[in-house]
Design a protein around this ligand. Structure first.
Ligand code: NAD
Length: 334
């Protein structure tokens, strides 16, 4: 299938080219992001393949339709960046990679917790600089602590099991109870109880109208002083202004984020030579107890292989008129 792959990085072309030997799609790799201004590049392609920070709004979708694109293949699980109503209206199919490697994201959440807690990122730099002091590197034992998991789907349930393995008491909040997980010792509670009772809170629910700004001034005020908050899900689950206020008041003890509300203007590019225009992330970067990674939780070899294979299979199924098992429909939002 003639496919325009947008937001292409070296690892995309590497993993897709290897996986494509079994599919033989005709893929062109574009480094640019897909948005309405770049959608003309898709002229003459049957499919576009996009990542989390491509802008798949109504305007982009209208242009894709005009250019004959029939299907949008997401290289991600999340689809909050797509105007589903517009895709439905213009009759463009949408497919995604619902699960590639829940371990990759869950393990990155753990990496953020342990790094923030034991300050290994600071210790590494200190020692390289000949500074062998332990001053201000004190952490706490994670085993025995209470960890709150919001969203116990594929990633949240792997994360919950990891934390159980570390000897934590795990509280969970989800719209649906995962019975199998509850049987392992995870305690399902109300959101209020989870917020009030957790030493560490990790977000693993999708970004929907219901979960946008789930973490805000009010929910932050319900958390224990000194709480560690981890977000590997989507940036807009947290109200950035409110978390900055809470960090300044020293209510939130530490924050680890792999996703950021305004990340589409920043992430996945080397901007080290530019003047940073985003004052909120600049402020977050000044806190010694904030750790930011640039949406890399998914970034393992296993996940990249799985993303490529599933995406190429999704396109093949469409080409052959088969059932689209990974289709995203408008009803998925409702
Ligand atoms: P999933 O669909 O398997 O699980 C999501 C869970 O959240 C479900 O159990 C669902 O019931 C629950 N949920 C939905 N609305 C809720 C609400 N209002 N309150 C509480 N729980 C709610 O998804 P997943 O595969 O576990 O992925 C979770 C999220 O992780 C994705 O939506 C995506 O945003 C993010 N993600 C991030 C990366 C990364 O690299 N940082 C990679 C993949 C996925």
């Amino acid at each position: 299938m003639k496919t325009a792959l947008f937001s292409s990085k070296s690892y995309d072309s590497e993993y897709f080219s290897v996986a494509n030997t079994a599919f033989d799609h005709d893929i062109t790799f574009f480094e640019t992001r897909l948005k309405s201004r770049t959608a003309d590049l898709a002229e003459g392609y049957d499919a576009v393949c996009v990542f989390v920070n491509d802008v798949i709004d109504r305007e982009t979708i209208a242009k894709l339709k005009e250019h004959g694109v029939k299907i949008i293949a997401l290289r991600s699980a999340g689809f909050n960046h797509v105007d589903l109503a517009a895709a439905d209206e213009y009759d463009i199919k949408l497919v995604r990679v619902p699960a590639y490697s829940p371990q990759s994201i869950a393990e990155h959440a753990l990496a953020l917790i342990l790094t923030l807690n034991r300050k290994t990122h600071k210790a590494y730099n200190r020692v390289r600089d000949g500074n062998f002091s332990l001053e201000r590197l004190t952490g706490f034992n994670v085993g025995g602590r209470t960890v709150g998991v919001i969203g116990t789907g594929k990633i949240g349930s792997v994360f919950a099991r990891i934390m159980l393995g570390l000897g934590c008491h795990v509280l969970a909040y989800d719209k649906y109870v995962n019975k199998e997980l509850a049987d392992t010792g995870v305690e399902y509670v109300s959101l209020d109880k989870l917020l009030a009772g957790s030493d560490i809170i990790s977000l693993h629910c999708p970004l929907t109208p219901e979960t946008a700004y789930l973490i805000n001034r009010q929910t932050l005020s319900m958390m224990k002083p000194g709480v560690m908050l981890i977000n590997t899900s989507r940036g807009a689950l947290i109200n950035t202004n409110d978390i900055i206020e809470s960090l300044k008041k020293e209510h939130v003890g530490s924050l680890g984020i792999d996703v950021y509300e305004q990340e589409e203007k920043l992430f996945f590019r080397d901007r080290s030579h530019e003047i940073l225009q985003d004052d909120q992330i600049a402020r977050l970067m000044t806190f010694p107890n904030v750790l930011i990674t640039a949406h890399q939780a998914f970034f393992t070899r296993e996940a990249l292989e799985q993303i490529a294979v599933t995406t190429l299979q999704n396109l093949k199924d469409f080409e052959e008129g088969k059932e689209l098992v990974n289709e995203v429909r408008l009803s998925d939002l409702q």
